[in-house]
Design a protein around this ligand. Structure first.
Ligand SMILES: O=C(O)CCC(=O)C(=O)O
Ligand SMILES: [Fe+2]
Length: 310
């Protein structure tokens, strides 16, 4: 059965509509920065991951044959990867398999690192890899993940990526639909007060609009990412995803000068219930590190094409 794809754009209150997400190939680095990164405009890059050995090559069969014995725990149940892929392939839109099924590549699937290297050049610089920033700042952020999904698999909540990081998602296999809400739609998204980067709307892909009348007015745009394509999702863009068929995706985040200020604010919010002295010390350090990092980047630094493995 082919998947039903919802209308591409949902116009919001007062006719607000979200512009189409462009698909670009062979995009120049400067044009990427000027047209998409700085204005915080999403874009689909058709060839950003073309240098990866994995590009258009890693199929479910490949994982079944070469990594079938790998173990993964999803919602308390342990699976072998070959068994999980069989289950996902046999699932349907009406009876979806478990989702999300994901591994932290560096920690749990390091043999995949060469397959998804080098890091996509457009996603550099990345301050997550800077020796100036303690790893603890990024606790809870998985900086490189692989997702497996079957038809109908839905991401559980609407969100923007934690700490206002930019999100990058590359489809290794199969098509995935993303629904995107611009940052200014936040007031219509029923933000979870405890986790301000998440929406509290239940069953958000088919919500009960009587419970969430404002959500009905939110403007959004749906895009389908094809195998080999990469979605760049700027910080603060709310999103959710749905697997249209058997899919394998790679996801990671980026911190650079453009989202630094929002990152610092979200960091303070994230740690508001933590140890006050420690949080204050880290914030003071971040205030110093920002200008230093900018100097380093202006001189061409901070562009490590290796994934952060420490
Ligand atoms: O690919 C997906 O299901 C969405 C992933 C995502 O948005 C995330 O992990 O932050
Ligand atoms: Fe996300």
């Amino acid at each position: 059965m082919s998947a039903v794809i919802e209308p591409l754009a949902k116009t919001g209150v007062a006719g607000h509509s979200v512009p189409e997400v462009e698909r670009r190939s062979a995009l120049g680095a400067r044009e990427f920065v000027a047209k998409y990164l700085r204005p915080r405009r999403p874009v689909i890059l058709t060839d950003a991951a073309a240098a990866w050995p994995a590009y258009n090559r890693l199929t479910p069969d490949h994982f079944r044959r070469h990594h079938g014995e790998k173990r993964i725990t999803i919602e308390g149940r342990e699976w072998r990867l070959d068994e999980l892929i069989d289950t996902l392939e046999a699932s349907t839109q009406d009876q979806p398999g478990p989702y999300p099924c994901k591994f932290a590549v560096v920690q749990d699937f390091p043999e995949l690192l060469p397959e998804v290297s080098p890091r996509i050049a457009y996603s550099l610089p990345d301050r997550q890899n800077s020796a100036l920033l303690p790893d603890q700042v990024f606790s809870g952020v998985n900086n490189l993940e692989i997702f497996f999904g079957g038809p109908g698999g839905r991401f559980p909540y609407l969100h923007y990526d934690v700490l206002h990081l930019h999100a990058w998602i590359t489809q290794l296999h199969g098509r995935k639909a993303f629904t995107l809400f611009p940052p200014d739609q936040k007031r219509l998204l029923y933000i979870n007060p405890d986790m301000p980067w998440q929406s509290s709307i239940e069953n958000h892909q088919q919500p009960d609009y009587r419970r969430y009348p404002l959500f009905k007015q939110a403007a959004s745009r749906s895009v389908v990412i094809e195998p080999g394509e990469t979605l760049f999702l700027p910080c603060g863009w709310w999103h959710t995803a749905r697997s249209l068929e058997m899919t394998i995706s790679i996801a990671f985040d980026q911190l650079e000068s453009g989202n630094w200020r929002d990152f610092k604010r979200d960091f303070a919010i994230e740690h508001r219930h933590g140890r006050p002295a420690l949080t204050a010390a880290v914030r003071a350090w971040l205030a110093l590190a920002g200008p230093l990092l900018r100097l380093i980047e202006t001189a061409g630094g901070g562009r490590n094409t290796h994934w952060k493995t420490r």
